[in-house]
Design a protein around this ligand. Sequence first.
Ligand SMILES: [Zn+2]
Length: 96
Amino acid sequence: MADEIEEDVEVEDGDEDSGDDEFGSCCTELKEAMSGAEFEPLIVVGEDGVLYMSVGLIDIEGEEPGMVDHPVFFCPFCGTELQTKEDVRQDGDAMN
Ligand SMILES: [Zn+2]
């Protein structure tokens, strides 16, 4: 009998348990932009699992310039939808 052999290809790269958000799986451009081996990435995944892109610097008096981040809904490189407004919103009203 020819048993079907199921290949268990699990891709795990020791990430924290951040669900199934695989930003950067749509194209290598985004992947590289996020990994930032040779530069400081301006596209990062926040603690809330939302992908943010830095759009500028803000000068706060008496403080270091801060980055202004905005959630990214579509990949800036290939146009793939990365997350929805619902994903981003998740205003946890249980955060005290
Ligand atoms: Zn992409």
